[in-house]
Design a protein around this ligand. Structure first.
Ligand SMILES: [Zn+2]
Length: 80
């Protein structure tokens, strides 16, 4: 059974999953190639489904900390 880490991107602070067997991972948000050993590991799990669940919770916590709902709302309005 392999570990799945919840990592934080050094460049954009985005959260994503990576297998412990991987040495590098490209950030899905900013495209930066990251060395997993140098990334901040927020959590880990032996179960990939549990890991994605933890990731989801961490993301919602991170979102509420950003406090930018108004800006998001405005940019959506402009597109439509
Ligand atoms: Zn990133």
């Amino acid at each position: 059974m392999s570990l799945t880490f919840i990592l934080k991107c050094n460049n954009c602070n985005g959260l994503f999953l990576a297998s412990a067997q991987q040495k590098t991972k490209t950030c899905p948000y900013c495209g930066t190639r990251l060395n997993i050993n140098r990334c901040q590991k927020l959590a880990h799990s032996e179960n990939v489904f549990e890991a994605s669940e933890i990731l989801r919770k961490l993301k919602s916590t991170q979102k509420s900390n950003l406090k930018q709902p108004i800006q998001k709302y405005l940019s959506k309005k402009q597109i439509s």
